[in-house]
Design a protein around this ligand. Structure first.
Ligand code: MD3
Ligand code: FE
Length: 214
C-alpha cells in the first residue's frame, strides 16, 4: 500500500499549511528518479557559494531559473555556465494540486522555478527568507527521504519566536499569505530514517516558486 498513515493537516501559522504524507511512496520514487536526472545536467548539482565566500552544505540544482545567492538567472553562471533545464508542465501541475490541497483552487498559480536541495547526513540550512522572487505567490515544498527538523520563524527577525517541526518523507508544506516571507531553516536531518524502498540516502527537498521574472 502506498500510504499507511492518514494524511494530516496542520496550519502552524497564518498562510502556512503542512500536509503530512501528501505524496504516495510511488510519487516519491518517481521524484527521486527525476531529481537524479536533473542532478546529472545540463547544470550539475552544486553547493552554492555565499557572498562571504563560504559554501552551503546543501547541494542544489534548479529548473526554469537558476538560483544563486541572491538572484535568478537563465544560465548557471556559478555552476559551469550551462542553460538551466526546463520547468516541466507535470511539475507545475503538481504545484497547482499542492496549492489547491492547502487553500482551495487558486485563480492562477504558475510556478516557473524549482530548487532541488539535497542534504547529506551533515547538511543543514541556516535561517533565511526567500525574497529573491518578485511574485507574492506561495512557495510549495516537497520533502523526500530522511526526515529533518525544520525551524519556522517569523517575518520580522531571524530570531525567536519560532516553531520546530519534523518534516518527513512525502510531506507537503505550502507557505503563502502572511507566511510567505517568514524566516525558516533546516537544523538537521535524521540520517537513516528514509524508507529503504526509496533508494535514497539523505534528504531531498523540492521547492516550487513563481519568480515574477520574464
Ligand atoms: C517558508 N529549503 O530552498 S523547505 C529553500 O528543506 C529552503 O530544503 C528548505 O528553505 C529545505 O529556500 C526548507 C521549506 C520552505 C521553503 C520555502 C519557504 C519554507 C519556506 C518560503 C517562505 C517561507
Ligand atoms: Fe528557503
Amino acid at each position: 500500500m502506498d500510504s499507511l498513515l492518514p494524511r494530516e493537516r496542520t496550519d502552524p501559522a497564518p498562510g502556512a499549511v503542512h500536509l503530512s504524507g501528501w505524496l504516495t511512496l510511488d510519487q516519491q520514487r518517481e521524484l527521486v528518479e527525476a531529481c537524479r536526472g536533473w542532478a546529472a545536467g545540463p547544470v550539475p548539482m552544486r553547493a552554492a557559494r555565499m557572498p562571504n565566500g563560504s559554501q552551503m552544505s546543501v547541494k542544489t540544482v534548479c529548473l526554469g531559473w537558476h538560483w544563486q545567492p541572491y538572484r535568478y538567472t537563465r544560465t548557471a553562471d556559478d555552476a559551469g555556465g550551462g542553460q538551466v533545464a526546463d520547468f516541466p508542465e507535470w511539475l507545475a501541475e503538481m504545484g497547482r494540486d499542492a496549492v489547491t490541497a492547502a487553500y482551495g483552487a487558486p485563480d492562477r498559480y504558475a510556478p516557473d522555478a524549482a530548487l532541488i536541495n539535497f542534504y547529506d547526513d551533515a547538511a543543514s540550512m541556516g535561517m533565511h527568507q526567500d525574497k529573491d522572487e518578485r511574485s507574492p505567490a506561495p512557495v510549495v515544498s516537497l520533502s523526500i527521504g530522511d526526515s529533518c527538523v525544520f525551524r519556522f520563524g517569523n517575518t520580522e527577525t531571524r530570531n525567536k519566536p519560532w516553531t520546530d517541526l519534523e518534516l518527513e518523507s512525502g510531506d507537503l508544506f505550502v507557505f503563502g499569505g502572511a507566511s510567505r516571507f517568514a524566516y525558516h531553516g533546516v537544523l538537521k536531518t535524521h540520517p537513516g530514517t528514509a524508507d529503504p524502498a526509496l533508494g535514497l540516502k539523505g534528504r531531498l527537498n523540492i521547492t516550487l516558486r513563481e519568480t515574477g521574472l520574464a
